[in-house]
Design a protein around this ligand. Sequence first.
Ligand SMILES: C[S@@+](CC[C@H](N)C(=O)[O-])C[C@H]1O[C@@H](n2cnc3c(N)ncnc32)[C@H](O)[C@@H]1O
Length: 334
Amino acid sequence: MLHKTKKPQQRAELPEQAGAAQPLPQGDFAVYVAARGFEHDLLAELGKRVLAQRGRLVLARGARPAAWAHNVWLRPQWLPIQSVGDAVRQLKGIQRNWSLHIPPEHIRRAKLIQEQLPHVSAKAQVFGQPMPAGKLGAWTLWAPELLLASPATTSPYADGEVLFEENKIDPPGRAYLKLWEVFTLLQCFPQAGELCLDLGASPGGWSWVLGKLGATVLSIDKAPLAPQVAALPTVSSCQGSGFELDPRDAGAVDWLFSDMICYPTRLLEAVQRWLAHGQCRNYVCTLKFQAETDYETAQAFAAIPGSRLLHLSCNKHELTWVNLACWREAATQG
Ligand SMILES: C[S@@+](CC[C@H](N)C(=O)[O-])C[C@H]1O[C@@H](n2cnc3c(N)ncnc32)[C@H](O)[C@@H]1O
């Protein structure tokens, strides 16, 4: 059971010009697609750079990584249109593949336009296969006679949501999808024989993924693993607290995973101990927030050299912190 130690933080307010009658941003701006239900977190993250907001779309100065955005439109442009046919002609004139971000209004008109654009296959992602290679632009109908469209985006998935062909039989629960997504996006994952510590492992979705990759997995949780995960030959488990494991006793570790339910501040202290000891190469940890988002601690994680903070498609009120040895080296050298 978690107890509150912090004063709840204020929800971020929209800037004044993000109301209904907002001037259209021009020049150097990008469009950020907020994780569903986390628009206020994205607004807080982008802060004073925000120029306008409509539903899940936040227009802000500059294109930079944003944890609470699933996709960033890198080269947005305003396209006045005279008709549905004109919209189709203009979008096709820029490139073939477009995905529609469904607007809060004029949905029927937007769908009519999308239906006349070349079909883009939206097959579920199969784990282990590379991300779609084709260029996927994104667009929306901002007003009945105005498109906002970007031929370049940071994600090859529509609205940045990775939908997997799920395995509903073997893993216990759906948490395994978080690791599938991280490994697919990073195109990097534990190799056979690498040592992985999985803290907060029960019922065992993450250990199942890691064990199936052939990694040597030590799962730690106060609760037991599901029997089918405990039975994997590459997985061994230990019942207890992940915080009690002292990095000095662990030796060389290839990957440290944590999906423990705990305050982000407590996780940060633990991660700092592991980093200071210098014997663990790669980290994937979930920061789980309670009623209020702890922006300060999220920022402290993001500030660790070589870090990325992501909201994954199946993350709830949480962020996934990833730190790889190769990124740390690049960040500290450059
Ligand atoms: C969201 S679940 C983890 C799901 C897991 N990643 C999976 O794939 O099945 C969170 C787990 O954290 C565990 N937990 C909470 N505090 C812990 C601690 N101090 N040490 C180890 N495990 C802890 C809980 O027992 C719970 O099983």
